[in-house]
Design a protein around this ligand. Structure first.
Ligand code: PBG
Length: 326
């Protein structure tokens, strides 16, 4: 005989007060979970806005100390540096990638000199900010050359590591790059430098604002479908990750973020390796425009970031990192 009122189990009980919601919460978000991307430009004392990314700026190297200092104070563990290279410095081989005095190299040196090891520095390994055709590798008769590109990427990685970069992040999606880069780093006694592979990077429309930010959008010839993954695929991501682990990757990234939460979960369920997520520029701008137009609340930012934690991500690269209050 049921005496009490139906139902006997009421899940709303634990939701009644803020303290009891906190008591049963399964995931949380802190600054330790975030990585802040920083766009660099040539010049002095410059802070330039980016049309496609409201509230995100490009800074000249001498101006980044405020941004980095703020990140350290908040407890953000790492920044990611991206260069806006002048068109006249771009060529078909992406030669500027190997210039020891390029923007990224100067940025690394500046941060390491000022802040030592108080914050980690991560740098992309790929040629797209430096090539006149906007591709991540060498272009020959409409083909992106794989093995020829690897030679350059290995040199780019060694150069960045020598400058003081802590985490080398190949985002080019060439086959075999992790192994090549690991060997090159070790050969140069840079065995403590970590590799974060953009192992699962989809050919995505959500990179649009980023390409504008680094100045490769108008230059890009065609698309990146012959090297970045087809967004219709899921199992293939496990093949990519297993290869990169074998080749020596310390961490792996899934990119973009929100449309690919299933992939983050799948990778995390199958491999016990740190999986990072990249909430890319298109995702950022969509949310930011929604907030600016008052279509959605600012809380949507936290909601979006927690979704990555729920899916299993260890941390998230996000342009919101220095904008949210946690
Ligand atoms: C370059 C690179 C891209 C992003 C990070 N590194 C763009 C691309 O592959 O075209 C995208 C980041 C973003 O959209 O926020 N290899």
């Amino acid at each position: 005989m049921i005496t009490g009122k139906y139902p006997s189990l009421r899940l709303r009980r634990s939701r009644k007060y803020a303290w009891s919601r906190r008591l049963v919460q399964e995931n949380s978000l802190s600054y330790s979970d975030l990585i802040l991307p920083i766009f660099l430009i040539e010049g002095k004392n410059k802070k330039e806005s980016i049309n496609s990314m409201p509230n995100v700026f490009r800074y000249s190297v001498d101006k980044i100390h405020t941004v980095v200092n703020k990140a350290i104070k908040k407890g953000i563990p790492m920044v990611a540096l991206f260069p806006h290279t002048k068109t006249k410095k771009k060529d078909e081989y992406g030669s500027e990638a190997l210039n020891p005095d390029n923007l990224v190299c100067r940025g690394i040196k500046f941060i390491k000199k000022k802040f030592k090891n108080k914050i980690g520095i991560m740098c992309d390994v790929a040629l797209d900010p430096y090539t006149s055709h906007g591709h991540d590798g060498l272009l020959k008769k409409k083909n992106i050359l794989n093995d020829e590109t690897l030679e350059i990427l290995a040199k780019q990685a060694v150069l960045q590591a020598k400058m003081g970069c802590d985490v080398i992040a190949p985002s080019d999606m060439m086959d075999g790059r992790i192994g090549m880069i690991r060997k090159a780093l070790d050969k140069n006694n840079l065995y403590d430098v970590q590799i974060l592979s953009y192992a699962v990077k989809f050919s995505s429309s959500f990179y649009g604002p980023f390409r504008d930010a680094v100045g490769s959008k108008k230059l890009l010839k065609g698309d990146k479908k012959t090297y970045q993954m087809d967004f219709r695929n899921s199992d293939e991501s496990l093949r990519e990750v297993s290869l990169d682990i074998k080749e020596g990757s310390d961490m792996v990234m899934v990119k973009p973020g929100m449309p690919y939460l299933d992939i983050i979960k799948k990778v995390k369920d199958n491999f016990k390796i740190p999986v990072l997520a990249y909430q890319v520029s298109g995702e950022y701008s969509l949310i930011m425009n929604g907030i600016n137009k008052k279509l959605i609340d600012k809380e949507s930012i936290k909601e979006s970031l927690i979704s990555f934690k729920r899916a299993g991500a260890s941390s998230i690269v996000t342009y919101f990192a220095d904008q949210i209050d946690l």
